[in-house]
Design a protein. Structure first.
Length: 394
């Protein structure tokens, strides 16, 4: 009765069962996997957001396949702050979607026939596997290597390319490694894509959260060497995942960008998924980042400092270098699988962490910690994690 593309193993994992049991018990739970920015105590401009959602323009149905022009102009202005004047994007190169997941589905439909392949980094977040299955696309991973910082394994990437490769994906900055595509790496990626006639796709949802400066790091939105699709949305940059506003931006050689946009318009027109109130509110929602980013960056810096302080007082665990994003990677002794360790921390310490294999780490010995919980909760949860690991390895 059901298609092969949905033939996932839906049985709960041991970790999922342990978490469900813990929650049903009513016991305390300190969450070091927190990813929902609306539930961590941030202060939003509630009145402005609600006022923007009540625009009279939303009462008229006037669909635009790419999205409302005023909304696309607001997105273009976001990139104009990060690019030189000569590279400012044209709103006509932007297509609005309800999520980056939908943007991915548009791109996969544009580029891939059933069975074609997309190259994805590992580690990275597991969303790609489900998106690929639903679009009848196969994933081939290429590794990110850690050696005094994260680097793309360009040799392995080249080896992973086949005749069925249609797109090369980067996450810039990566989640959870917090690493950017370096300028030299981008030059190599452009060369690889051009030589193999494949498109470059850059997921930049965490672009604004650079730990090293007060401004966002460079985007790939102005990349002109090969056909490039840059994805983002207000879920992370404005901490408003419930508002469902994202986009894809096309750049590159005009003889490739123009037909890509024409075909994407047909795909977008077929779904017409963006709703009017959110599109009319887009300029106000995007402006919310000016007050949200400083709050999140302060929280991230405080928790990262606390992480380093507690790590300095023991010798079993360390953290990997991170340049951006909401997460830190804790290197831990390998006495069992990462999933087994996460289950023990849940049961013994009432702390929820994500095991590294959730993000396709190649080996055990890694936990992924969120840096956005309230500072006091983060400090106590971390204390318990390190204390428990000391007992397990004692």
């Amino acid at each position: 009765m059901f298609s092969r593309r949905t033939s996932w193993d839906l049985a709960p994992t041991a970790f999922a069962r342990a978490l469900a049991e813990h929650r049903s018990s009513g016991r305390e739970l300190l969450d070091l996997s927190a990813s929902n920015p609306t539930r961590i105590g941030l202060h939003f401009n509630d009145s402005e957001i609600l006022r923007a959602l009540s625009s009279p323009g939303a009462l008229e149905y006037a669909p635009d396949t790419k999205g409302l022009l005023s909304a696309r102009r607001a997105v273009a202005a976001y990139y104009a702050e990060r690019l030189p004047h000569s590279a400012k994007p044209n709103p006509d190169s932007i297509i609005l979607t309800t999520s980056t997941s939908e943007a991915y589905s548009f791109i996969f439909r544009l580029l891939c026939n059933p069975g074609d392949e997309v190259l994805v980094p590992a580690p990275s977040y597991p969303l790609f596997e489900f998106l690929a299955d639903l679009q009848d696309v196969k994933l081939r991973s290429y590794p990110l290597l850690y050696d005094h910082g994260w680097h793309i394994d360009l040799h392995s990437l080249k080896q992973a390319i086949t005749a069925q490769s249609r797109a090369l994906m980067v996450v810039n900055p990566n989640n959870p490694t917090g690493s950017y595509v370096q300028a030299k790496e981008l030059g190599e990626l452009n060369h690889i894509c051009a030589a193999n006639h494949i498109a470059l796709v850059s997921d930049e949802v965490f672009l604004d959260y650079d730990h090293r400066s007060q401004t966002a790091s460079p985007t790939l939105a102005a990349n002109q060497e090969v056909l490039t699709f840059t994805l983002s949305g207000i879920s992370k940059i404005c901490a408003l995942p419930q508002m469902k506003l994202a986009w894809l931006l096309a750049s590159g050689p005009s003889h490739e960008v123009q037909p890509a946009l024409e075909r994407l318009e047909v795909i977008a027109d077929t779904y017409l998924s963006m709703n009017a109130p959110i599109q009319w509110a887009a300029p106000v929602l995007l402006a919310e980042r000016d007050s949200i980013r400083p709050q999140l960056m302060q929280r991230i810096h405080e928790n990262l400092a606390e992480l380093d302080r507690q790590l300095s007082q023991q010798t079993l665990c360390s953290r990997l270098e991170i340049k951006a994003g909401w997460y830190a990677i804790l290197r831990v002794p390998v006495t069992s699988s990462d999933e087994d360790l996460a289950i023990k921390l849940l049961r013994d310490c009432s702390v929820l962490v994500h095991p590294g294999h959730f993000y396709n780490f190649a080996a055990d010995g890694f936990l992924v910690l969120s840096l956005i919980p309230p500072a006091a909760e983060f400090a106590e949860a971390l204390r318990r994690v390190l204390s428990c690991i000391a007992v397990y390895c004692g």
